[in-house]
Design a protein around this ligand. Structure first.
Ligand SMILES: NC(=O)c1ccc[n+]([C@@H]2O[C@H](COP(=O)([O-])OP(=O)(O)OC[C@H]3O[C@@H](n4cnc5c(N)ncnc54)[C@H](OP(=O)(O)O)[C@@H]3O)[C@@H](O)[C@H]2O)c1
Length: 335
């Protein structure tokens, strides 16, 4: 028996600038389940992530470019419709990396069974998934966060950033959050209880703004954006401060390569540590994270916020809107 499967694919590579919806198309193929250990899955939730942008160019990165015309990889949660494995049964929920598709067949080795423990299924793409793990490893392992520190977070209204803010508050830190809309500023202040939130788009001089908010400087800067914001943060770090390079979204879509950091002297004189990390290197370090994050979600110490678009056809729009800052919290597509 074969059934129809729809997927989103990239039509052409996008070397610079923000992608357009027209850069993507939907394709339909027939799929069937035949081999032992194959599973047929119906997707329910698709993750929309900035790192996918790096795979939309032909440039070498830590993962190869997406193949034009073929399904794009990416995290998704679905339900088993048919199984040729004794380890999975119809109705099980699974996490895959098979991307923006409605249905697919995959070998069991590439699927992870989810026990949702009454938490929303989609939290396994957000706080209990890759973005939550990134926030956790970035703060605990990379920055060695300590009680009472002052933590600066960029893209704080997004998925990783909003979790960084909340984990830092759980550690009794002072949290300064930067984000790109007044609505996100209000949410960060009123719901997530950060100590200060501001709209970087309304700020003429970032260095002076950071000085005004935190005159003594920052112990940790959790960098999701790179570029000018990173440079401004370097000026305002305390001696022996730690800068954790998580992302560089301001540079991902830039039409020029920029002129580089002009203030490396501050890194030297203040004896700063600048550390980059990729969460894929920490796949085997999920135990403590999953336990703590599950407890925080159940006790509502961590609040979830999602921006949800409906339907596979809306994946390209969700992605373009993510890069334009239209999301609050995790960007998802529900099928
Ligand atoms: N190192 C790792 O292993 C790892 C893993 C996951 C994610 N990441 C990185 O972590 C960062 C956050 O990821 P996420 O999934 O949580 O995405 P997100 O923050 O939920 O969404 C992206 C946000 O980036 C902001 N943005 C877009 N263009 C910008 C610009 N020019 N300057 C400043 N901000 C800009 C927008 O918010 P505003 O309204 O604030 O502009 C947008 O909402 C990304 O850089 C991503 O690549 C890294």
């Amino acid at each position: 028996m074969s059934i129809n499967s729809k997927f989103v694919t990239l039509k052409n590579y996008i070397p610079i600038g923000i992608p357009k919806e027209e850069d993507f198309e939907i394709k339909e193929v027939k799929i069937s389940i035949s081999e032992k250990n194959e599973i047929l899955v119906n997707n329910l939730w698709l993750s929309v992530d900035p790192y996918m942008r790096a795979r939309m160019t032909e440039k070498k990165n830590y993962k190869p470019p997406f193949k034009l015309g073929e399904p794009m990889e990416g995290s998704a949660i679905g339900q088993v419709i048919k199984s040729n494995s004794k380890n999975f049964k119809t109705g099980d929920f699974v996490l895959s990396n098979c991307g923006w598709r409605d249905k697919f067949v995959e070998k069991e080795i590439n699927l992870e069974k989810i026990n949702s423990k009454n938490l929303p299924l989609q939290s396994f793409l957000g706080p209990l998934g890759m973005t939550g793990h990134t926030a956790y490893i970035g703060l605990y392992k990379m920055a060695s966060i300590k009680k009472g520190q002052t933590v600066l977070v960029s893209s704080a209204g997004g998925s990783v950033g909003s979790l960084v803010c909340q984990i830092a508050k759980i550690n009794d830190c002072k949290v300064i959050a930067s984000t790109g809309s007044d609505e996100k500023v209000e949410w960060l202040k009123n719901e997530l209880k950060v100590d200060h939130a501001f709209n970087y788009k309304k700020t003429n001089n970032l260095v002076l703004k950071l000085k005004e908010i935190a005159p003594d400087g920052f112990d940790i800067y959790f960098d999701n954006v790179g570029g000018d914001f990173l440079e401004a943060a370097i000026y305002r770090m305390k001696n022996f401060g730690k800068i954790i390079i998580c992302g560089r979204i301001s540079q991902m879509n830039a039409s020029t390569t920029g002129s580089g950091l002009k203030n490396m002297a501050h890194v030297l004189v203040k004896r700063l540590t600048i550390k980059g990390f990729l969460i894929f290197d920490h796949e085997n370090e999920k135990g403590e994270f999953t336990k703590n994050m599950t407890e925080w979600l159940i006790s509502e110490k961590i609040k979830i916020r999602e921006t949800v678009y409906e339907g596979l056809n809306n994946c390209p729009k969700a992605f373009v809107d993510l890069l334009n800052g239209k999301n609050i919290g995790k960007m998802l597509v529900k099928i």
